[in-house]
Design a protein around this ligand. Sequence first.
Ligand code: PLP
Length: 442
Amino acid sequence: MQLNNGEFHFAGGISALDLCETYGCPLYVYDYDTIERQYNRLTSAFDVKNLRINYACKALTNINILKLMNSLGAGLDTVSIQEVRLGLLAGYKPQDIIYTPNCVSLEEITEAVKLGVRINIDNISILEQFGSLYPHYPVCIRINPHIMAGGNSKISVGHIDSKFGISFHQMPHVLRVVEATGLKVEGLHMHTGSEILDSEVFLIGAEILFKQAHHLPDLDYLDFGSGFKVSYKNDGIETDIEDLGQQISKRFNFFCKEYGRELTLMFEPGKYLVSEAGYFFSKVNVVKQTTSTVFAGIDSGLNHLIRPMMYDSYHSIINISKTDGRKRIYTVVGYICETDTFGVNRQMHEIQEGDILCIKNAGAYCFTMASNYNSRFRPPEVLIYKGQHHLIRKRETMDDLLYNQVEVELFQPALQSGENMLDRMNGQKETIKQENRNKETE
Ligand SMILES: Cc1ncc(COP(=O)(O)O)c(C=O)c1O
């Protein structure tokens, strides 16, 4: 999104304010060009014979985004059987989907076997059971490298106290299980955490994976997970992907020579591909001056974008209704009934009620973490593709809030026979409309 002649536009001259007018606020918008640029940048950074980028779709699972990634050539990294099914619906071949669950049941893993996707196992108990049930189904093993890294403790997942992966110290036992069951281990995987700036961390992890890989003779791929840091403050502070690509490629190519075979180098980025492509637009309902602070209260909350409240993530916020003039300091808050802060002490062009604020880096872990808390509707999603905008998810309605609720006949007023809650709600709407019409004609 660029500022031209005092107004923010997307490619093709699409005005951000016009989008807000057309679809209403709050609104998520994703820019295809940014996703494509990030994908190309990542694939160009590595110099290996076989590279595979599996999009970590937990970041943003709209089916159109999954299809878009498929069209770019990415595979899919999934963590639940539902994500697997979404991937298949989006047109991915089963072998292009890797399923990396944590603490799921053997039943769910069995479903994944039936769907034919690649399976990544992260604990010895399941590995044993899996091996005795499906000795001929190739698996990947997720190891825990015991590295503490990542932007926040809640997204550091490769350390010794983390629930993820099998400790690399337990490899001797893993090898016993593999030998006893006859399993073919086709891949070795690790994921250290998210928002890792320092290339060194990836390289240390890689050495651990290379070392363990030598114990497994049938490998087809090594999966280094993800965790690339993107710039949240428009300050350019991000993982130096080109430098990392060069260093990992050199080391990987050397490893393949030692191993005696060209393996595939895999990564599974989420944020790197979609974070920057996403924009969240919200209207200012109230400007409220208290004794100590000026709050801008927007028509959204942690129910729509929880990252700042969940793990203190920083999102840059701009006033797109005012692009020049005086800047003042605001704390941007939402309408939820708990502390609900998007950003503290942010300098923005002077805000008036009705202005539209844009929260940036809203592509990854934003809509997918949204909820109906406080019985609010989840916002629509729009994709900008080749100069056109497309609605890819509708705003929810009362029907969505009630869709799966079952009203039991224990309390008054009871439903009439044959009536359901939606019928009643629609009846109420009609009555209100009629009353308004009557008032108008009075
Ligand atoms: C196993 C695994 N792979 C990949 C990712 C994607 O990480 P990121 O969004 O930092 O690229 C995650 C994030 O939680 C993950 O848990």
